[in-house]
Design a protein around this ligand. Structure first.
Ligand code: CDP
Ligand code: CDP
Length: 216
C-alpha cells in the first residue's frame, strides 16, 4: 500500500497557511488539520486557569490531557490566543505531548493537509509535499490588520507589525522544532500574490510532486 498523501504547509503568522490549506484540502478531497489550534487550546486553558504560561511541566500536562472538543472553543481563533499559543509552544513537553495526535491524523489513508510551523521538519518529515508559505512581515501585518478591521476591531497596524516580528522571533528562535523550511520544502512567497494566485501556485507544486511520485 502506498503511504498516505500528506501535504505539509508551514510558515510564519498570517502568511496565508490556513486559507491555502483549506483550499487544498477541498480541492484534493483530503481532511485538514490546523495544528495551531492545538497550541492555542493549551495556551487558552493555561491563561483561563491563571497558570504561568512559562511553566513547561504544567503546560505539558495540559497538552497531554487535551480533548478534541477543546479545539472547538470560539475564542481560539483570536489574536490573543495566538500570542498565548506561541508562548506555550516553546516548551518541549508541550510539543512532545502533541506529536501523536498530529501523526495519527496524518497517517490515515488517503492522506491529509496539515498546516503549522514544524509539519515538514518534525511531525511529517516524510511528507511527499512540503510548502513553506511566507510573505514579508509588512504584508503579513497588513493582512492581519485588515482581517481584524473587517471583524470590527479597532487595530493599529504598527502594533500588529511589532507583534508579528516578536512572534517570528520566538517561533524561529526556540530550540525545539523551530520555524524553518524543511530542506526539501518548496518556498512559496505570497507577498505579491492574492489568495487565488497563492492557490494556483500551490496546486502546480502539489501536482508536480504527485506526478513525480507516480513516475518514481
Ligand atoms: O494561517 P495563517 O496565519 O498563515 O494565515 P491566514 O489566516 O490563512 O491568512 C491571513 C489573511 O491573509 C487572511 O485574511 C487571508 O484571506 C489573507 N490572504 C491570504 O490568505 N493569502 C494571500 N495570498 C493573501 C491574503
Ligand atoms: O494563524 P497564525 O499563524 O497566526 O497562528 P497559528 O498557526 O494558529 O499558530 C499559533 C502559534 O502556535 C504559533 O505562533 C506557534 O508558536 C505555535 N505553533 C507551533 O509551534 N507549531 C505548530 N505546528 C503550529 C503552531
Amino acid at each position: 500500500m502506498t503511504n498516505p498523501f500528506v501535504i505539509a504547509i508551514d510558515g510564519p503568522a498570517a502568511a496565508g497557511k490556513g486559507t491555502l490549506a483549506l483550499r487544498l484540502a477541498d480541492h484534493y478531497h483530503l481532511p485538514h488539520l490546523d495544528t495551531g489550534l492545538l497550541y492555542r487550546a493549551v495556551g487558552r486553558i493555561m491563561a483561563e486557569r491563571g497558570f504561568d504560561l512559562d511553566d513547561g511541566e504544567l503546560a505539558g500536562q495540559i497538552a497531554a490531557a487535551l480533548d478534541p472538543d477543546d479545539l472547538k472553543h470560539p475564542s481560539l481563533r483570536g489574536h490573543e490566543a495566538g500570542e498565548h499559543a506561541s508562548r506555550v509552544a516553546v516548551h518541549p513537553q508541550v510539543r512532545a505531548a502533541l506529536i501523536a495526535f498530529q501523526r495519527d491524523f496524518a497517517g490515515r489513508a488517503p492522506g491529509a493537509v496539515l498546516d503549522g510551523r514544524d509539519i515538514g521538519t518534525a511531525i511529517c518529515p516524510q511528507a511527499p509535499v512540503k510548502i513553506y508559505v511566507t510573505a514579508s512581515p509588512e504584508v503579513r501585518a497588513r493582512r492581519r490588520t485588515d482581517e481584524l478591521a473587517a471583524k470590527g476591531r479597532d487595530v493599529d497596524y504598527e502594533r500588529i507589525l511589532a507583534e508579528i516580528r516578536q512572534r517570528d522571533e520566538r517561533d524561529s528562535g526556540r530550540s525545539t522544532a523551530p520555524l524553518k523550511p524543511a530542506e526539501d520544502a518548496v518556498i512559496l512567497d505570497t507577498s505579491d500574490l492574492d489568495r487565488e494566485g497563492a492557490f494556483t501556485a500551490a496546486i502546480a507544486i502539489v501536482d508536480d510532486k504527485w506526478r513525480a511520485r507516480r513516475v518514481g
